[in-house]
Design a binder for this molecule. Structure first.
Ligand code: 5CA
Length: 424
């Protein structure tokens, strides 16, 4: 990818509309542009990151035999009337009438549609448990869309739904998703804190949020400090849940020896048993040939919100510092104008592009200093610099965005260099 072919305008100053650092940096690097309140255009740079986050989530869902499907954004109001949520959802739901006066809505979540679909396709206990997910845009007419993609009206969610024969197997499923979520967020370069939560509009009696610490986070959270110091993946669901945690209204204000802070909710999981299967008549035949209601849970991840959350967790005074795995480009090659057509440089670019795919060559006719500043602002993990003295010395400079260290490196060593392993 050549920089000159890319649509990107970096801004020196933060636009006034942005209050928090992630929103400022997303606007300054032209990752997104607001189309209208809470609705965004994802520009090429932002979309690259969004897709990388999706891929990591997708891989982790597939690992627990959760199957991907794709449900529509526009849903029929009928099923929502059956579940009772058509009225409950209130003004947050965007209601639409088509030309035949049929009531439709832009889905804020998908419990109804998937329960109905599942009931048509799976009838026997022999086919349970089953897990399904999709990654699809949602719409919630939030009273106060703010902080950029953090609280949008249109936003991308990964939502998974589980179907079990009994309460006890449904709880086993819940624990599988719980641990899978911790692993997913850690792979995204985050330190998730699981907290016991209020199920809200989704319902049910068991629910956890996955929070990322940030002073600008919208949730108030309280937790045992062991939840941040211990390696969560080495523990069981039960061990983690022995430790105190709560969010917002569930917080016990009289409790001592806990940490109180603010967090960004990047995921939320729910066990709600037969809340949707009962009114929608979703049943399976059990071992004794009798019909039983399905036991269900749902598991959400805020995919577009994660872009902002990762920036909140990974930035410095120069700009974004992407974790390698979600970086829009892994390597940026900056060369002086006279080297732009140089065969050796073109070979390096081709070689690295083959190996790492996401490589960009900054061929814009602007100063070196500006190119380096942009590379730092965008947060590209590695910048290779071939200045005038490259021709004399044969050495390139390699800049690490995380440590700000510069390394002099020969062509031979560059070919052997592991950009992923060495990035820390
Ligand atoms: N059906 C369930 C789980 S699949 C559900 O809708 N859960 S939720 O309401 O908690 O949303 C799941 C995740 O979507 C949240 O944890 C949050 O990360 C993200 N999210 C919710 N509302 C917004 C919003 N307005 N803007 C951006 N992300 C949001």
């Amino acid at each position: 990818m050549k920089f000159s072919n890319f649509i990107i305008n970096t801004l020196k100053e933060s636009p006034k509309e942005a209050q928090i650092i992630s929103h400022k940096l997303m606007l300054r690097t032209s990752m997104v542009k607001q189309h209208t309140a809470g609705i965004y255009i994802w520009l090429p740079l932002g979309l690259r990151v969004l897709r990388k986050i999706e891929e990591i989530i997708r891989k982790n869902q597939n690992d627990i035999n959760c199957q991907e499907l794709l449900m529509p954004t526009i849903q029929s109001a009928e099923l929502w009337k059956k579940s009772g949520r058509y009225d409950d959802y209130g003004k947050e739901m965007l209601r639409i009438r088509d030309r035949h006066e049929v009531e439709l809505l832009y889905g804020p979540t998908n419990e109804e549609i998937i329960t109905d679909f599942f009931n048509d396709y799976v009838n026997s206990y022999k086919n349970l448990p089953k897990y399904l997910y999709h990654i699809q845009w949602k719409f919630r007419d939030e009273i106060r869309p703010r902080f950029g993609v953090m609280r949008g009206r249109e936003f991308l969610m990964k939502d998974a739904y589980s179907f079990d024969l009994s309460e006890s197997t449904a709880f086993t499923t819940y624990k599988i998703f719980f641990m899978n979520y911790l692993k997913t967020f850690i792979e995204l370069g985050l330190k998730p804190i699981p907290v016991k939560a209020d199920p809200g509009a989704i319902g049910g009696n068991l629910s956890h949020e996955f929070q990322i610490l940030a002073s600008t986070g919208e949730s108030e959270i309280a937790y045992d400090s062991n939840l941040t110091s211990k390696k969560l993946l080495d523990q069981t669901y039960e061990e983690i849940n022995e430790l105190y945690s709560a969010s917002d209204d569930l917080i016990d204000k009289s409790k001592k020896d806990i940490v109180v802070g603010r967090g960004i909710e990047v995921g939320h999981i729910f066990y709600f048993g037969t809340k949707y299967s009962k009114p929608l008549g979703a049943k399976v035949v059990n071992r004794d040939g009798k019909n039983e209601d399905l036991y269900m849970g749902s598991y959400g991840i805020g995919v577009s919100r994660l872009v902002g959350a990762i920036i909140e967790a990974h930035h410095d005074e120069k700009g974004i510092v992407w974790p390698f795995q979600v970086a829009p480009f892994k390597i940026n090659i900056i060369v002086s104008d006279e080297l732009l057509e140089n065969n050796v440089i073109i070979d390096i670019y081709d070689f690295l592009t083959d190996k790492y795919k996401d490589v960009i060559l900054d061929d814009r006719l602007i100063t070196f200093g500006k190119k380096i500043k942009d590379s730092e602002l965008i947060g590209i993990p590695w910048t290779i610099i071939a200045g005038k003295n490259y021709i004399e010395t044969g050495l390139l400079e390699l800049m690490n965005r995380m440590t700000s260290e510069y390394l002099k490196i020969s062509l031979e060593d560059l070919e052997k260099f592991d950009f992923e392993k060495n990035f820390s």
